[in-house]
Design a protein around this ligand. Sequence first.
Ligand SMILES: [Zn+2]
Length: 165
Amino acid sequence: MKKRCSTCKQIKSTSEFFVNNNHRDGLCYYCKACKRKFLDNLPPWNKTYLSISNRCSFYGSTYYKKGIKNLITREELKSLWFRDKAYLMEKPSIDRIDSNKHYTLENCRYIEYAENIKLGGKVVRSPCGVDNGKDSERRRLYLQSPKYKARRAMERKQRLATMYY
Ligand SMILES: [Zn+2]
């Protein structure tokens, strides 16, 4: 399958696009290369924000299942970035101090990725959290599954049911 990137206008294989649940074809509008370029230009705390949102909103993820919510803002992450001097770290990663609690200003801190691994928490493998190959593949398979289609159909029905009242 091929798809045209809305940014570079090139026609590429669908494997060159990240998965996006919110779109009809289940893929991002722009290709991986364009997305990476876009991410490279973001301030690092915004990347953290995106990766947290992804983690918490992905239907099949452990975060989603555990009900972990993203209750931190970009501004708060920025303040943590400077408070914890993440810019001095080799590979900064966001850590939840209490892993049973949500992503909040009080419960988050930037620590070295290696340190985060040692603590044994769930760590996003890639620094920006978007290029998580295994998760993408899982999400793609899920989007094509009858279970997902049934869920979508049910949601549509509920929407229609409420529309006329
Ligand atoms: Zn592109």
